[in-house]
Design a binder for this molecule. Structure first.
Ligand code: SF4
Ligand code: SF4
Length: 110
């Protein structure tokens, strides 16, 4: 998470965080703890807590908008890795929560 993420957490409490099931540790080479996920289709799982609204990822620790952290940060899915602080969806969520916009990310994932 970027420094700004540590006082935000908006994306972890809004989107359905889904990804290919083989990213879970139920599959060789997978990392995301399978017990923190829920099947949503034959090939996709979602982080528990994000499959319905109001969403809150089960791996999110802390209080959104104040201080948060991801309890599985090194093991998180590609969906989480690819979501970048400062991208349009990030800033839309931040704006909706009264948080200042962030500069657009560099090309390289954080
Ligand atoms: S919405 Fe943006 S700033 Fe907030 S936690 Fe997600 S990536 Fe970080
Ligand atoms: S796994 Fe971590 S980064 Fe991904 S949505 Fe959950 S708390 Fe956020």
């Amino acid at each position: 998470m970027s420094d700004a993420c540590l006082t935000c957490g908006a994306c972890c409490t809004w989107f359905r965080v889904s990804f290919y099931w083989a990213e879970t540790d139920a599959h060789p080479g997978g990392t995301v703890p399978a017990h923190l996920t829920i099947p949503i289709s034959p090939h996709l799982v979602a982080m528990r807590g994000t499959e319905s609204k109001p969403a809150r990822c089960v791996a999110l620790q802390g209080e959104p908008g104040q201080q948060v952290g991801c309890s599985i940060y090194p093991l998180r899915s590609s969906t989480c890795r690819e979501f970048q602080a400062g991208e349009a969806r990030c800033n839309q969520l931040r704006q909706a929560r009264g948080l200042p916009a962030l500069p657009a990310p560099d090309a390289a994932p954080q």
